[in-house]
Design a binder for this molecule. Structure first.
Ligand code: SF4
Length: 242
């Protein structure tokens, strides 16, 4: 692989590490993760608050990130936070593509970014149970989190839709499914696209994960949605850098 774009641009990076992809259709594939700091949402159960509620991390040159990625694996996941907030993400992902990487972008799908490259656009719109109680953020979060127009605009290439659902609570899960169907009805989907819609349990406790998966099996059978794994939780627990 050859990195070719010394851009002079920097991104604030909260963490970067190599692991296996724990979520989505590429679960299990060895991947390098670049987690940018900064998000326009404040999910109450955010599992990476150091990139949203309390953003931190150094600014790292885009060409340094590309150089690091040259060591492998081929798959690179650009996540956050919200990577599409930053124009430097476009520079980074274009350079990674030029260098021969497969690039996944993990986004809450509330904003678009011109020039960004993604071999897989991993869209994770947030449902209403993500709303934080803090008055300072609740209204902004609610105003921003549901953007079907943005989701549709980001579905131009390969994509997956991941929803965090409350599998441990039957009534709450029913509400979440109604909300998902209401959102999907606004999107340009074909019937066979439903297998690219993944339901992931809102769970960071490895001891509870199997029960949450089990609760989602009948839902997936009935809906045609896919069960979304959380392999990193099952293997490492809720641990940064995994
Ligand atoms: S969109 Fe993602 S990073 Fe941002 S607050 Fe929600 S879970 Fe956290």
């Amino acid at each position: 692989m050859h990195a070719s774009v010394p851009s002079g641009e920097t991104l604030r990076v909260q963490e970067r590490f190599v692991s296996i992809q724990g979520e989505g259709e590429l679960a299990g594939i060895p991947s390098r993760f670049i987690r940018v700091a900064g998000c326009n949402l404040r999910c109450v159960w955010c599992d990476s608050p150091a990139s949203s509620w309390y953003p931190r991390g150094p600014r790292v040159a885009v060409d340094e990130l590309v150089r690091e990625c040259a060591a492998g694996p081929r798959h690179v996941v650009v996540t956050g936070g919200e990577p599409l907030l930053f124009r430097e993400t476009a520079t980074l992902t274009q350079a990674l593509a030029t260098a021969g990487h497969h690039v996944t972008i993990e986004t809450a799908a509330t904003v678009t970014l011109a020039g960004v490259h993604a071999d897989l656009m991993s869209l994770s719109p947030k449902l209403s149970h993500s709303r934080p109680p803090e008055a300072s953020w609740a209204a902004r979060h609610e105003a921003r989190r549901r953007r079907p127009d943005v989701i549709a605009a980001l579905m131009t290439g390969a994509w997956q839709l991941k929803f965090v659902v409350r599998a441990h609570d039957r009534d709450a899960l029913r509400q979440d499914l109604l909300e998902i169907e209401s959102l999907l009805a606004t999107l340009p989907l074909r019937d066979d696209d439903r297998s690219h819609v993944l339901l992931m349990p809102e769970c960071t406790d490895p001891a509870r994960l199997a029960a949450d998966y089990a609760a989602l099996v009948p839902v997936c059978r009935a809906s045609g949605f896919r069960l979304g794994p959380r392999l990193h939780i099952a293997i490492f627990g809720h641990t940064p850098g995994t």
